[in-house]
Design a protein around this ligand. Structure first.
Ligand code: PLP
Length: 415
């Protein structure tokens, strides 16, 4: 894709777009929530559907001229149902947060109770953080991971549910490296007559490919993002049983959104079609293999991983054991200088602050899209270790930067 037409109108934005493409080509995207979509998804997202108002749902729109929009949305829904085995799917949420918002709007009243994982233990803002509308609208209580093991404290969750009597329990996380026991959380929800929302934003693609356990058919509601592991462009999705279909659809539109972003829904449809292929299953499997390789190699370099390893696409490194004087933020910055882009993250039992935490989170979806295998991923772990050992050594960083360039040349991304 060339930005020549943008450049004719707006050279500043053309420069920024070209710069961003170069940045993605020349650096390793290891932010666990990021990935790279195909040219086909990019093209669908850049289509004329951005012009079209299609408030409502296929076959029942508030505007004329929706035949093609209907086709696009119907196909996106059909493919999503196949991918996740859901009874009902809504593909209109503008983002993962909007998907969660629709579930709360559909099922809760202001003042109702949400039980969710503490943010510092891997939860998400939209699960009840005080700065988010959820924290302002609902009463929120939190469950935790066991600080010793790094695994969800399911027993503690059940006890907190009994004392707090939530209306909804939220599972699904942003920085949790382990598989989730959906059934145990469902049992805790059943015991107190609460709904269960499983927010699989990070692992949407892994669940679709069958390389991570699925909450579909267990939890009442499953929300996801379409731009993380599933590579279908930025957006959200909701899945539920047929009995909740009307309530969920009404909560998305007109409850919380206006016209759907039809161009993004076209991107979702194309990305879902790609995800239905056998190649995608192989991709998802490699994502997990690469995360394991990354984790093992970091452990060989003396790093501590929260929970001791990973079952999914990410590892969470607790720097306090191996590098007590180094913070996550320092490492995030030093690594960005060499072309490895990941983020500082809080760890369970955090002793620093959310802004300058003790951990780093690293994911493999982006690298795997470029074609990285176990061996190449282990090389990246070696490079990370060198920088963490010498974050201020310019010579080391120059050498690591060269090694990153070799890798990005070997595994090219966008033309
Ligand atoms: C990424 C994420 C979301 C979605 O976030 P948006 O930025 O709103 O798309 C929701 N829940 C969790 C757990 C996430 O990690």
């Amino acid at each position: 894709m060339s930005y020549d037409t943008v450049r004719e109108v707006d050279p500043a934005i053309a420069d920024a777009l070209t710069g961003e493409r170069e940045r993605q080509n020349e650096t390793l995207a290891m932010i666990a929530s990021e990935n790279h979509v195909s040219e086909a998804v990019l093209s669908a997202q850049g289509s004329e559907l951005t012009n079209k108002y299609a408030e409502g749902y296929p076959g029942e729109r508030y505007y004329a001229g929706c035949a093609h929009a209907d086709r696009v949305e119907e196909l996106a829904i059909e493919r999503a149902k196949k991918l996740w085995g859901a009874e009902h799917v809504n593909v209109q949420p503008h983002s993962g947060t909007q998907a969660n918002m629709a579930v709360y709007l559909a099922m809760l009243e202001p003042g109702d109770r949400i039980l969710s994982l503490e943010l510092e233990h891997g939860g998400h803002l939209s699960h009840g953080h005080p700065a988010n509308f959820t924290g302002k609208t609902y009463q929120v209580e939190q469950y935790h991971v066991d600080v010793e093991t790094g695994y969800i404290d399911y027993e503690g969750l059940r006890e907190t549910a009994e004392s707090f009597q939530p209306d909804i329990i939220v599972s699904g996380y942003s920085a949790y490296p382990r598989d989730v026991e959906w059934t145990r959380i469902q049992q805790a929800a059943d015991a107190v007559d609460a709904y269960h929302l499983a927010d699989i934003a990070h692992i949407t693609g892994l669940v679709a490919a069958g390389v991570h356990s699925s909450p579909v058919g267990i939890a009442d509601f499953v929300t996801g993002s379409t731009h993380k592991t599933v590579r279908a462009g930025r957006g959200g999705i909701i899945m539920c049983q047929a009995e909740y279909a009307d309530d969920i659809d009404a909560a998305v539109f007109p409850g919380g959104q206006g016209g759907p972003l039809m161009h993004n829904i076209a991107g979702k449809a194309v990305g879902f079609e790609e995800a239905l292929s056998p190649e995608f299953e192989a991709y998802a499997r490699q994502v997990v293999d690469n995360a394991k390789a990354l984790g093992e190699q970091l452990q060989d370099h003396g790093f501590s991983l929260v929970s001791g390893g990973t079952d999914n696409h990410l590892v969470l490194v607790d720097l306090r054991d191996s590098h007590p004087d180094t913070t996550g933020k320092e490492i995030e910055q030093a690594l960005e200088e060499v072309g490895i882009v990941l983020n500082a993250n809080t760890v369970p039992g955090e002793t620093r602050s959310a802004f300058n935490p003790s951990g780093i989170r690293a994911g493999t979806p982006g690298l795997t899209t470029r074609g990285f295998d176990d061996a190449a991923t282990r090389k990246v772990a070696d490079l990370i270790a060198r920088v963490v050992d010498h974050p201020e050594d310019e010579g080391t960083k120059a050498q690591v930067n060269e090694a990153v360039e070799e890798l990005t040349d070997r595994f090219p991304l966008y033309e």
